[in-house]
Write a protein that binds this ligand. Structure first.
Ligand SMILES: [Zn+2]
Length: 289
């Protein structure tokens, strides 16, 4: 190794070119990508958001809370289609499905797995997919945003699953909490597992403004995308990530009130529970949110 000797520009250019040649054997590519992968992709889902987490999810949800999981960009193909992914954008790979973005393809697969595993583990969880892939009016009653908003207003928890853009356009994995309601303990649990974005990320996105959380699974690049695209590792990759989502959902639903709220509350004798006015939870008051 000539570690102390700077590479000539021509050598650098050649090395960069080699990374883009699809025919190069995986071993060669892995060798060349080695230090990069090691420093930025400690987990299957790649780098987590390193943006500040300026919120705490404290709002409790009932143990049987209805959880609605939706694929991001399901009805916005053609105008906000979602990430194309590194393979398609940089390496000329064919899209997984020519009719939709690769991000939507993986969002759909992940939603299916999360709901299937969640139901098997006893969560009150279901999915919603408009089926119609291009709905111009975001407030059309069929969009994920409209259905999610109604679900949240009815007391449920709504989540859109996304995959982030590759390269510098993407941030990484993480949870973007709702804006129109106080972040809940489910939001906090998902952020603990996947990382967090600021609450007003990009001045507030369409889903959070309607009370719907966004989970960015990870950037559609590198090991995550390769593991998803490889037919021999695809299903195991989806199942592994979906298990993480479901476990985080379970922990969020089961989370107990923090100690401070318990000590502030007046505990009535057991025989009068239900007959005294509820102690107002300072975290659930509307003004600050
Ligand atoms: Zn997205």
């Amino acid at each position: 190794m000539h570690a102390l000797r700077p590479l000539r520009p021509a050598t650098l250019a050649l090395a960069g070119l080699a990374l883009l040649i699809p025919g190069l054997s995986p071993a060669v590519r892995a060798q060349q990508l080695g230090p990069v992968v090691a420093s930025t992709s400690p987990a299957l889902t790649g780098p987590r958001s390193n943006l500040p987490k300026d919120w705490v999810g404290l709002r409790p949800l009932s143990s049987g809370v209805a959880i609605l999981v939706m694929p991001g960009h399901a009805d916005s193909q053609g105008f906000g289609s979602g990430a194309s992914g590194e393979a398609v954008a940089l390496r000329g790979a064919r899209p997984m499905d020519a009719a939709i973005s690769d991000e939507l393809f993986w969002n759909l697969a992940m939603v299916e797995a999360v709901v299937r595993l969640g139901q098997a583990r006893g969560l009150n969880i279901r999915s919603y997919d408009p089926g119609v892939r291009s709905i111009a009016n975001a407030n059309d009653a069929r969009t994920t945003w409209s259905v999610g908003k109604s679900h949240v207003l009815a007391g449920g928890y709504a989540l859109e699953i996304h995959h982030d853009a590759h390269g510098s356009a993407g941030v990484g994995s993480g949870l973007i909490p709702p804006i129109s309601t106080a972040p809940s303990r489910i939001d906090e649990s998902l952020a603990s597992e996947f990382g967090a974005f600021p609450r007003w990320f990009r001045d507030g996105l369409g889903a959070p403004k309607r009370g719907i959380a966004i989970l960015e699974i990870g950037k559609l690049e590198g090991q995550l995308e390769a593991s998803l695209r490889n037919p021999t590792t695809r299903q195991a990759t989806i199942e592994t990530i979906a298990q993480r989502v479901v476990t985080a959902l379970e922990k969020g639903v089961a989370a107990q009130p923090p100690q401070t709220v318990i000590t502030e509350a007046v505990s009535p004798p057991p025989d009068v529970v239900g007959s005294v006015p509820r102690v107002k939870d300072p975290q659930a008051s509307s003004g600050a949110w």
